[in-house]
Structures are given as C-alpha cells and as structure tokens.
Write a protein that binds this ligand. Structure first.
Ligand code: ZN
Length: 292
C-alpha cells in the first residue's frame, strides 16, 4: 500500500476535477518530496495528499503509510510519535480524523448469516484525566469491582458485538449507552436478517427481540458471573470470547480511552477485524477528508 492508493479513481484537480493528465508538474514539496501539480484548466495546485486528512502536512509517504498501519493495528500515539518523529499531538489529531472517517463508513447492513450471535462487553473508561478524589478509592479499583451491566453514564460503556457470523465471518461492533431492551433490540434488528437465529446470553435485555432466539452460555468467568443473577454458565461459545479478547487487546495500549472517543477506536477495530487485508478501497475512504 502506498499513498497512490488514496485516489483509486485517479488523481484529479480538487477544484475543477480535471484529470492529473491535464496538469503540469509544478515542483516537489521540500520535506515530503511529493510531486506538486498545477492544473492547466484552473491553475489550482495539488498533490497526492490533497482532499485527504494528510493535506497540508509535510509527512513523507513512508511516514504516512506507517502511521496508517499503526492506527489500524492499535499502536499508541506515544509509540507512533517516537517511531515516526512526529509530535504526539499531530498523531492524535490525524488519528481522530481517521476514526471519524471510520465511524462514518461503518457498515449499516445486516449480516447475511442465518445464525448470528450478539453479546456485550463493558469497557472501563473515564479514569484518564479525572482527578482521584479519594486516595483510598482509586477509580480503577472501583471500576473493576463494579460488576454486571455498565452504562455510558457510569463510565463503563457497553460495546455490542456480533462476533464472526457463522457463514460470512463478518462482525459488527457498536458502542451503545446502555444494554436495555430498547437498545439491544434495535441493534439485533439492524444487524441480523429477520429470518436469522440470534444467539445471546441470558440477559433480559434480549427478551423482546423479534428473532428466533437461542440462549448460549459463556465459559469465560468474567462474563459468566454476573451481579444480575444470571449465574455461572457452563456451555460455551468460543467465537464471542475471541472477539472480546481481540477488542480488549486492541484498546489496551491506549490505557483508558475517554468514552467520548471510544466509538472511533471501536470503528477502526471493527474494520480491521472484518478485513482480511487492508484494501485500497478501505484506505481511500478512511483518509478522505470530510471537507471535500
Ligand atoms: Zn483544476
């Protein structure tokens, strides 16, 4: 993947859309070494980063490729900053733009599978930047003690997922505010076919889904033991546990993403888990500037 992938339909003038074949090679940018074009029709000046989130930056193409790869792999901004020699603030700013793109292009369609699982995990957030008011009660410990179904408001926002549809191998991941019946029914109805059998745990939030429902029981202790009295389950579904492990591992380097930004991290994570390889189509949409 190179920065040429940013324009799969071919580079064109951002002002009048004339093809790059109707432009003169104008000069090369000093730091990034990119060819700068001047449109013969309208005299606009542009380069490969035009109309992308990298427009106006002086990154070398190799830095851009490594930055994109790092964001998709869940590498922390601090580490990318060290590796690429770009300030952490700049990395974070680009990351936020890529996350916004990812959220904007997240698939809305139902999974095509005849069997779909749906489950929730809860991500502790809100520790970062919040002062510890009571030294004897640090937020992290308090957060870990809180069991059962978290909410966005209490800084344990739920992430609802449909792990790897049994035939399609596709996944949907969404941050929601709570795991009540209204929220979970909406998620299930959007992301599964009306004819699908939906596998869930025993949580009552799924009691009203208009689907054939099968209750599966998780072996993972953390999720099986629940303050809401669902009990300790014995039977199993491996796929969901694998998905949540991947999501937790993806989020871990960020050490407490603020809940305000969590949906963006989840969107990137969803794409990476769904794509067998990072496609040109995905990259071109991800880097597309919202202003164009
Ligand atoms: Zn032009």
């Amino acid at each position: 993947m190179g920065v040429e992938s940013f324009h799969p339909q071919g580079l064109c003038c951002p002002n009048c859309q004339a093809s790059v074949s109707e432009a003169r090679n104008f000069r090369k940018t000093a730091t990034s070494g990119l060819q700068v074009y001047r449109c013969k029709r309208c005299a606009s000046v542009y380069n490969l980063y035009s109309q992308t989130v990298f427009a106006g930056t002086q990154f070398r193409p190799s830095q851009v490729v490594l930055l994109l790869r790092g964001v998709c792999q869940g590498v922390s901004s601090a580490q990318l900053s060290r590796e690429l020699g770009i300030s952490r603030q700049t990395i974070l700013s680009i990351r936020r733009k890529l996350q916004s793109s990812a959220e904007r292009i997240q698939p809305e369609a139902a999974l095509p599978d005849a069997a779909v699982e749906t489950d929730e995990m809860f991500q502790n957030t809100g520790e970062k930047g919040d002062p510890h008011r009571d030294a004897s009660d640090p937020p992290r410990r308090r957060g870990n003690k809180r069991r059962g179904h978290g909410t966005y408001e209490n800084d344990r926002p739920p992430i609802v997922g449909n792990p790897k549809g049994r035939e399609s191998g596709l996944l949907r991941l969404r941050l929601v505010h709570q795991t009540d019946a209204e929220t979970l029914s909406a998620h299930v109805h959007q992301f599964s076919l009306p004819t699908a059998t939906v596998y869930t745990d025993g949580w009552r939030g799924y009691n009203h889904i208009q689907r054939t429902r099968e209750i599966v029981l998780h072996t993972d202790g953390e999720w099986a033991t629940d303050a809401d009295g669902e009990g300790l389950y014995e039977i199993h579904t491996n796929t969901i546990e694998g998905v949540w492990t991947t999501v937790r591992n993806f989020l871990r380097p960020f050490r407490g993403v603020h809940k305000k930004f969590l949906a963006g991290y989840i969107a990137i994570c969803e794409f990476v888990m769904n794509l067998k390889s990072v496609s040109v189509d995905f990259i071109s949409k991800l880097v597309k500037s919202t202003y164009s």
